[in-house]
Design a protein around this ligand. Structure first.
Ligand code: UDP
Length: 425
């Protein structure tokens, strides 16, 4: 067992999405950003970090070194193409066996599984290797009785059961917010003693307020008489609720509508939702004032966000909602749904506004009130930036490391692992 200050060999397991993918495309989103930022910070602190992912593309080499101390290893489980979410369950066993073989060649001190597919695949591997397993869910299945949003596919039957099993069998669960911690306890019947909150960070150098004249000019709608811009960012999935934003903008009289910028690409099974968004824009006569940008790389995305007047985050469910913190770092107020982790990402009245429910008129009121009040926009923008400056990835990775060390010191992990192994027999 490594001493309390020794560098660790940490294995992140990311079965269904690769850290090499651009966030906002395929299945890559907040989880990819979080894992990459925490892995970067841990590698910079001298730890040896390997991210194990399923090969979904024939191109990358078996091992890609991203920086000193940080590598991505492709596990050849299943076909080398993107899988729709429901298909991953069929490759979890093969992925686990191949991961095990990798770890026999190059052991790690600890495994950290991201999303439930990875946790189920890694559980027997961690047991065999005798190392602790930490689980991050990123999102947790809605209870079976909850209604589906239009176009949303039902959860696979195995998901909630798999997530529950992990809550009981892994050594520690990491939640990204108090809201997610409560969901683990309530929905998965998790053990309060084995859940830790590790707050997310934001890159405040990449996401910063306007610092150039042309950017300032873009934001000078009141001076120029142009339209302010409202931006939404994320994978184009029904859970994100971007359709509600289109409906809300449509409620406003045409001359008072902001430009609407929609950034992100659909997940592998998301074409129907994208079609529905385009149709709604056309139906409301908003083609000339709406832009579909597709997925943007981080630098371009940051530039887009800082030029907007306001970001909307109407997601039906969000364990945290990283985009809200990225907007805050850019000095942009956020109008977000009053639910889940968004209540922690946005401080109502200080960094943005929280809105309850699905009535487009209520969202339209919040939007038009804010856009009509430049002083309030500016004050919320300053509050947002100040809030974001209190969050950074270094601190997030330090907290994660504390949790790892706690486990490795045997304060929790050893005993829990023994119980798990015994209860399996
Ligand atoms: N993102 C991006 N480019 C895009 C769309 C999204 O880099 O075109 C990033 C976004 O900045 C954020 C992440 O993808 O960091 C999405 O995270 P969030 O927590 O908002 O949603 P999730 O994908 O986890 O549901």
């Amino acid at each position: 067992m490594p001493s309390s200050a020794a560098p660790l060999r940490i294995g992140f397991v990311m079965l269904h999405t690769s850290p090499l993918d651009v966030p906002g495309t395929k299945d890559a989103g907040g989880m990819n950003v979080v894992v990459r930022a925490q892995a970067d910070a841990l590698a910079r602190a001298g730890h040896e970090v390997t991210i194990f992912t399923r090969r979904s593309d024939p191109a990358p080499p078996a091992r890609t070194v991203l920086e000193s101390g940080l590598a991505v290893v492709q596990i050849d489980a299943g076909p080398p193409r993107l899988l729709a979410k429901g298909e991953h369950e069929g490759v979890m066993g093969e992925f686990g066996a191949l991961l095990d073989a990798e770890l026999q060649r190059a052991p790690v001190d600890l495994l950290h599984a991201e999303h439930w597919f990875s946790g189920i695949a890694a559980l027997p591997v961690a047991r065999r290797a005798g190392v602790p397993l930490v689980q991050s869910y990123h999102s947790i299945a809605a209870p079976p009785e909850s209604p589906l949003t239009d176009g949303e596919r039902p959860e696979s039957p195995g998901r909630l059961a798999g997530e529950r099993r992990l809550a009981h069998e892994v050594d520690l669960v990491i939640a990204v917010s108090e809201a997610e911690r409560r969901t683990v306890l309530e929905r998965l019947d998790g053990d309060e003693d084995r859940v830790r909150v590790v707050p997310l960070g934001v890159d405040t150098e990449l996401f910063h307020p306007c610092a150039t004249r042309d950017c300032e000019e873009d934001r000078d709608w009141f001076g120029s008489g142009g339209r302010p811009e409202a931006i939404v960012v994320g994978r184009l999935h029904p859970l994100k609720g971007f359709d509600l934003v289109i409906e809300a903008v449509a409620v406003l009289p045409p001359d008072q509508r902001p430009m609407l910028r929609i950034v992100g690409a659909p997940p592998p099974d998301g074409d129907d939702y994208v079609r529905a968004l385009h149709e709604a824009v056309a139906r409301h006569g908003m083609l000339c004032t709406t832009a579909f940008d597709g997925a943007l790389r981080r630098g371009e995305l940051a530039d887009r966000i800082r030029r907007a007047a306001v970001m909307l985050v109407p997601s039906h469910s969000e364990t945290f909602g990283l985009v809200a913190l990225e907007a805050a770092a850019s000095g942009i107020p956020v109008i977000a749904r009053d639910a889940g982790g968004l209540r922690e990402a946005v401080i109502d009245g200080e960094t943005g506004v929280l809105v309850a429910g699905d009535d487009p008129r209520v969202w339209a009121d919040a939007l038009s009130a804010l856009l009509a009040d430049p002083d309030r926009l500016a004050a919320l923008g300053r509050g947002a930036r100040a809030h974001a400056l209190t969050r950074n990835w270094g601190a997030s990775a330090d907290r994660l490391l504390e949790v790892y060390r706690e486990l490795l010191a045997g304060a929790r992990g050893g005993a829990q692992r023994e119980t798990s192994v015994v209860s399996k027999e």
